[in-house]
Design a protein around this ligand. Sequence first.
Ligand SMILES: C[S@@+](CC[C@H](N)C(=O)[O-])C[C@H]1O[C@@H](n2cnc3c(N)ncnc32)[C@H](O)[C@@H]1O
Length: 289
Amino acid sequence: MKWSRRFAGSCRRSGLVSDKRWWDEFWTREASAGPALEGDGETWHDLVWKVGLEFWHDLFEKQAPGRKMLECGCGSARVSQHMARRGYRCTLLDYSERALATGRKAFDASSLEGEFVIGDINHLCFPDGGFDIVFSGGVLEFFDDILRPIGEMARVLKPGGVFAANMVPRKVSIQTIADLERTMAYSCRALFQRRFGDVFRRVRYVPAYYPVNSLDLQDYVDCCKRAGLDPVVGLVTSPFPELALPHLGKKLYARVMKGLLPQWRKFNLSQSRWTQIWGITYTVYGIKR
Ligand SMILES: C[S@@+](CC[C@H](N)C(=O)[O-])C[C@H]1O[C@@H](n2cnc3c(N)ncnc32)[C@H](O)[C@@H]1O
């Protein structure tokens, strides 16, 4: 298999306008994304980030040969912020200027050092073998051809370096059931507020208009292996769904989640059949041969 090796002095490329525009609009809406959380957090969202950040930090500390990290499709750059605070030298790449501006703002707000690069994950503008870690979070599910971006990310890794990614797939999980609860809650609210046009609106964790692929975990694992990573671990993670709850309910839910943190961490590492059905997100990581 041949990877694209067209390097350029500048990472700016054309031909991606439509997708890039989608992400620019997305990051314009999300511009208020704050800095990465370091505490326990009070909500489902805070705790999901907390467990994720701990997972990546632990993995990189144990497996990476050094602390030079590249985050591809960095968006809010939360993972890089977390790692930069712990002494990692982070390069952050995204093809959306809006996304990079969001990440840079968060780095500046915490006085963190990072290198921000506009570029396309399909044609990384870095030489082979320069990074100890290459990470992408919430990016690969938006590609139909995942072999190309995974191949590029593996190419810029040093031998022994760690590739890590997570994805939010369109999969049947506990979130599918929770989405029924969310749909009912939003319908009731719409009815109460006399927004009759919204009463029958279906609420989905991965909205229908998100251009997400239909690949399963094994497809990601297979592509990582084809890209020269070995061993590769694939996990179905995240046992707690997002729910539509009133303020007090949100707090109580977060308290329950906090109380179950040890079981949550165990769930994320389990490769059993039931966690694969129940879990909401995919996590893959592998070592460059
Ligand atoms: C869901 S966001 C990722 C969020 C981010 N990891 C975070 O934690 O906030 C996906 C990101 O991937 C970027 N992206 C999508 N396709 C890309 C490509 N071909 N090259 C570079 N970045 C890309 C988008 O601009 C967007 O910022």
